[in-house]
Design a protein around this ligand. Structure first.
Ligand code: GLN
Length: 276
């Protein structure tokens, strides 16, 4: 491992200064995976943004948007089923709130898995008109990072962003209403591995998309110090009105979450591995 740490400093003195009406409450599905890192970045990316951890349907109550983190999509689906979360998550999505899936979260949001689905299938939230290849980039040891041009928003010359791929999926097909925000050009070594598969001949894959209120990325912006993806999502959510659960389940519960000020790498996460 190499790289330097950048500590995310949080100034507690103005914790109460944001009027509750101006708060942009972002739920982070907190049952598995890198949810704490997302919480820290939500807090860092926008002065009015606050993250709450979502483990029950009632925790969605005042959220304007929801982040589904990276982790392991079948595990996440199993826990979500046991916690009775699928129905409230579907209601949340159907209410027109914004949802962002990163990595396993992207798989969870996809309408179908084209390759790599768990034997017997795995439950998906769906909604995003894409097909994904679940472990397109290989296993854990094939994880890597690279620079990708920033095209998600237009404007002045934006620097590229650092994309960290950890046992990552790729989007291998996308419907007509899906806006492609980032693509990854495949190196020759990867193209060679695709020979004989249905992906043979591919030069690139899609790694970030937007479809209406849905955002999805194959990589992990939450472990970098670049807040642009979080800012993009919070800006999407800012225009939404707070969500109210359609039925009252007796709980007045929006958990206060004090996100850990996690250190994030500001440079290179992984040194190039010397292969013999
Ligand atoms: N970093 C990740 O979220 C990996 C996702 C993993 N490929 C899965 O199927 O769940």
């Amino acid at each position: 491992m190499s790289g330097s740490w950048e500590h995310v400093d949080v100034d507690d003195s103005n914790d109460m200064s944001v009027d509750a009406r101006d708060e942009i409450v972002i739920g982070v599905l907190a049952i598995q995976g890198s949810y704490r890192e997302h919480e820290a970045l939500v807090r860092k990316c926008h002065p009015n943004a606050r993250a709450v951890e979502v483990r029950k349907g009632s925790h969605l109550k005042n959220c304007r948007g929801l982040i589904i983190p990276g982790g392991e999509s079948t595990t996440m689906a199993n826990i979500a089923r046991r916690f009775g979360l699928f129905e409230p998550l579907r209601e949340f999505q159907a209410s027109g709130r914004c949802v962002w899936g990163t990595c396993a979260g992207l798989i969870f949001l996809a309408d179908h898995i084209e390759r790599g689905s768990k034997l017997g299938g795995q439950e998906l939230l769906g909604g995003l008109d894409v097909g994904v290849n679940r472990n397109f980039f290989g296993s854990q040891i094939d994880s890597f990072e690279c620079q990708i041009p920033w095209t998600a928003t237009t404007g002045t010359d934006e620097p590229p962003f650092r994309a960290v791929f950890i046992r990552a999926p790729a989007i291998t097909s996308a419907g007509p209403n899906v806006e492609v925000l980032a693509k990854y050009k495949l190196p020759e070594s990867k193209k060679a591995k695709l020979v004989g598969t249905s992906d043979e001949g591919r030069d690139e894959v899609i790694v970030a998309v937007k479809q209406g209120k849905l955002l999805a990325t194959s990589f992990h912006p939450e472990i970098t110090s670049d807040t642009r993806w979080h800012r993009l999502f919070v800006d999407m959510c800012a225009h939404e009105t707070p969500y109210e659960l359609p039925t009252e389940d007796g709980e007045e519960l929006v958990p206060f979450c004090r996100p850990l000020d996690l250190p994030v790498f500001d440079d290179s996460v992984m040194a190039p591995v010397e292969k013999n």
